[in-house]
Design a protein around this ligand. Structure first.
Ligand SMILES: *Cc1c(COP(=O)(O)O)cnc(C)c1O
Length: 235
């Protein structure tokens, strides 16, 4: 099942690239494996998946040592400052940086470990009350402040679009995030690049790709519905 699902998602990404005149190599699929058992991650790995996304530090740090070393781990969930030390040096990219205080903590840990940490700025692109992320108007000044910290490099932007029935309804937000990244890029801020755009999930990744996504984060479409056994949905 996972093998077929991955193939189907990859094919749809390719089709969206063709429709929008992009090359399929510009888009990387992140398999979002949160709440899913290791066996399913291994099945995805066997089918060729190398980029995995998790949203909880504890789950992430439990899964990392049990998977092959060439997996690129993406932290896509809200990150608390006191948990930064557990993931710096272990993850490939942190998608969810939305404050200077969090970036400062990542910088401190990066310097301590003598390394460079790649991050994305999470933007609350639809201005939803319930969502984390910096306001679009704050993004540039946040990028500027973070750019001065040692050991941390901003590679682009990330957004979680609203939950909608019709993916077309999110096109405006994907377009807005892309435009924001172009605007910030034009400022030529030292140590800030805007090559990465992480947007699009199971319901809307084709539209996100058409609007310029370089990473799409797909969970349900690969692994099936999530079963929150403990009854708490904490996304
Ligand atoms: C869970 C999650 C996803 C994947 O959601 P699906 O709708 O299952 O594809 C993507 N991004 C983030 C930040 C998530 O938390």
């Amino acid at each position: 099942m996972i093998y077929d699902n991955l193939g189907q998602v990859q094919r749809k990404i390719k089709e969206a690239c063709e429709r929008s005149g992009r090359s399929a190599g510009e888009v990387t699929l992140i398999s979002v494996s949160k709440t899913k058992p290791l066996q399913m991650l291994k099945e995805a790995y066997e089918a060729g998946a190398r980029d995995f996304g998790e949203n909880k530090v504890q789950e992430l740090t439990e899964k990392i040592p049990q998977m092959p070393g060439d997996v690129r781990w993406h932290m896509i969930g809200h990150l608390q400052r006191n948990k930064v030390k557990y993931i710096v040096g272990k993850v490939y990219l942190i998608h969810s940086v939305d404050s200077l205080r969090l970036a400062e903590e990542i910088s401190r840990e990066a310097v301590k470990q003598d390394m460079e940490v790649n991050i994305l700025l999470e933007i609350n692109v639809a201005g939803e009350e319930s969502k984390y992320g910096a306001a679009p108007e704050e993004a540039e000044s946040l990028a500027y402040s973070i750019s001065k910290l040692p050991g941390i490099h901003i590679c682009g932007l990330m957004a979680i679009a609203p939950y909608v029935e019709n993916a077309e309804d999110n096109r405006q937000y994907f377009r807005k995030l892309k435009q924001l990244s172009v605007d910030i890029e034009r400022k030529n801020i030292d140590n800030v690049s805007m090559d990465v755009l992480s947007m699009g999930m199971t319901g809307d990744y084709s539209v996100a790709v058409e609007e310029g996504a370089t990473y799409v984060r797909v969970g349900t479409g690969i692994f099936g519905e999530r079963d929150y056994v403990k009854g708490v949905v904490t996304e």
